[in-house]
Design a protein around this ligand. Structure first.
Ligand SMILES: [Zn+2]
Length: 360
């Protein structure tokens, strides 16, 4: 099975904002966006009350004009206080920002904090329930942003009938912070609407990729696993450049690797479905790079092999305990080091009717 370590996949998984191919601050995209907004503002101003245009409209029009002027002067994206570059992610989210995060006015700082808290609240509201049960499936996950908001994505969509399949989605948007969180909510809405259409997984992923390519800007990627858990332990997995899913069985752990490139790279990407059969007691373990690449104080990475070992030694454990054991090991490994990236982990477990479950 193909390993997901293509250059493209690594690039997309990377969480270091410096290595993400973000458009340059003087990118034609931003100019185009600003010019489009100026045209819209101008028509809004003339449509409203040409003789007495509303002050807020004029104010923002002035800001757009001044941003375009700074692009002409070559000072766009440069913080006037420190002459350093303004964070590119913030320019993408709002092309009118002028100051770097370190040099916001106290009013701007408070407004930003309020916005971030609201964004975090909205994002938490998008998460599925943490202890989901569907037929003999039990799912548990942890979602832990490095900052207030996260670029990690996870969702669970239960079928409307008992014969249906449970859809699980798990991914990581390139980058961090607000821009990544916006893309995460975009993925959430897209899969929520597409999953009801009745497509096979490969078709679902292809359609989602197409929409994602059309609606995001160049350089915005997401790695993603899209799976379905059905009757008799059957699990289907399709992966767009994400880390291998780990199947924890009685006889060991095996990887189900990626079957395609990350979402948002090429509109015509194709994906294939891997099918695995889980016995009662088996689990699927999914994780983002915040887990597998968690660093210790010496700068060493945690690694997928260690997740496999820790999870493999705990076959048959209920998902809450399996997950807790894995995270405890990650935390003790990286103890003393800063959590550099969003950490998300999910366990999809087929219950062993003979065993004891926490839920029962
Ligand atoms: Zn500054």
């Amino acid at each position: 099975m193909p390993e997901p370590d293509s250059t493209a996949a690594r690039l997309a998984r990377s969480s270091n904002p410096e290595s993400i191919p973000m458009p340059e601050v003087t990118d034609p995209y931003l100019r185009e966006q600003l010019e489009k907004r100026r045209a819209e503002l101008n028509s809004a101003v003339s449509a409203a009350m040409p003789e007495a245009p509303e002050a807020p409209l004029l104010e923002i029009l002035g800001e757009v004009n001044s941003a375009l002027q700074r692009m002409d002067d070559g000072t766009y994206g440069i913080c006037p206080t420190c002459n350093d570059t303004v964070e590119k992610e913030r320019l993408l989210a709002d092309p009118l920002v002028r100051f770097c995060l370190d040099h916001l006015t106290s009013g701007e700082q408070r407004a930003l904090e309020r916005d971030m808290e609201l964004a975090a609240k909205i994002q938490r509201g998008l998460l599925p329930e943490t202890n989901l049960r569907f037929n003999d499936w039990r799912v548990h996950y942890q979602y832990k942003p490095a900052g207030l908001v996260s670029g990690d994505y996870c969702d669970l969509i239960s079928p409307t009938n008992v014969d249906g399949k449970l859809v699980f989605l798990f991914g990581d948007v390139a980058g961090k912070g607000v821009a990544a969180a916006l893309l995460m909510s975009h993925l959430h809405a897209m899969f929520r609407s597409l999953s009801g259409v009745g497509l096979e997984l490969d078709g679902l992923l292809e359609r989602a990729n197409h929409v994602f390519c059309e609606s995001t800007i160049a350089g915005q990627y997401a790695t993603l696993i899209c799976g379905r858990a059905g009757g008799a332990g059957e699990v289907e997995i399709a992966s767009a450049g994400h880390f291998p899913a780990l199947i924890v069985g009685k006889d060991g752990v095996r990887k189900v690797g990626s079957t395609g490139v990350p979402l948002g790279m090429f509109a015509k990407s194709r994906y294939t479905i891997e099918r695995v059969l889980l016995e009662p007691g088996d689990s699927v373990v999914l994780y983002t790079d915040g887990i597998s690449e968690a660093a210790n104080t010496k700068g060493e990475e945690y690694g997928v092999a260690r997740i496999m070992r820790v999870a493999g030694e705990r076959h048959g454990w209920v998902p809450q305990e399996l997950l807790a054991a894995c995270l405890k090991d990650v935390n003790s490994f990286s103890s003393g080091a800063r959590q550099a990236d969003d950490q998300t982990m999910m366990v999809i477990h087929r219950t062993d009717s003979a065993g004891i479950s926490l839920d029962d």
